[in-house]
Design a protein around this ligand. Structure first.
Ligand code: GLP
Length: 247
């Protein structure tokens, strides 16, 4: 596990963006696993800048996103599909047919999950997966549980996740209560993983996830077992680790 402490959010975004920059430069056909939430927005801004400067070419890149809310169509402004379009895909030269996000409106959700898993396999797996982390340690929408969910699956969202994501909706009641998410095995099969965490609200969970026990109660803790994972935090998200390492 590689641990990088960035000065602030901008520095973190540049550093995480740098990993993706290298990945695409070394392999222009890369399959990128992408994330939503507020954390990766700065990374996407950085990638867009490099694209505009003609330093990055996404024409052969494939993207698979971690998750999508159940019940929201890709036209819905709160959907992750819309988020990706607005924050990245519409601003770079990635081909539409090379961007993939689970369909939250699928009539047969189980089939959608199986198909999504097969799609990732057919692309040859994920070369580099970008992750954020929820305040309860969730990655994608793999919530704290008694077991690690393996493959892409339908999952209920915990109250703390619904509350944390309420800020993107008009009200708590509007936040979908379930989602389709890549599973832990899907994420762990990525060749490289870069996880970003910014701000004091992530400080405790970053400590628990990467310095605590490996348990499905803290889903991100499983990343301790991945052979090529880089955790990039800013000073604020590093606070608990810094405090505990002094005691
Ligand atoms: C959502 C997403 C996660 C993301 C998390 C944290 O629940 N499904 O992939 O990591 O939010 O979001 P934020 O970066 O806004 O704190």
């Amino acid at each position: 596990m590689r641990f990088i402490v960035a000065k602030d959010y901008m520095d973190l975004s540049r550093k995480a963006g740098g990993f993706i920059f290298s990945q695409i430069s070394l392999n222009p056909n890369s399959v990128l696993g992408l994330a939503t939430g507020s954390s990766p927005i700065g990374v996407y801004e950085q990638l867009i800048k490099w694209y505009e400067l003609d330093e990055l070419d996404f024409s052969n890149v494939k993207a698979v996103n971690l998750d999508e809310y159940v019940g929201l169509s890709n036209k819905d402004t709160q959907s992750y599909s819309h988020f990706m379009h607005e924050n990245l895909f519409s601003k770079i030269n990635i081909k539409n047919e090379n961007t993939h996000i689970p369909n939250g409106k699928a009539t047969n959700i189980d089939k959608e999950c199986d198909d999504y898993e097969s799609l990732i396999c057919s692309l040859g797996g994920i070369d580099m997966q970008l992750l954020g982390i929820g305040q309860n340690g969730h990655i994608g929408f793999n919530e704290p549980n008694d077991i690690f969910n393996k493959h892409t699956h339908l999952t209920g969202l915990t109250e703390s996740t619904i509350k944390a994501n309420e800020r993107f909706f008009d009200s708590y009641g509007d936040v979908p209560k379930s989602a389709i998410s890549m599973g832990i095995k899907t994420i762990m099969a990525a060749k490289k993983i870069v996880l970003i965490a910014s701000g004091e609200s992530k400080s405790e969970i970053v400590y628990e996830s990467f310095f605590g026990n490996i348990t499905p109660k803290v889903p991100a803790s499983v990343l301790q077992l991945h052979p090529d994972v880089t955790i990039i935090v800013d000073e604020l998200a590093y606070k608990t680790i810094k405090l505990k390492s002094k005691t």
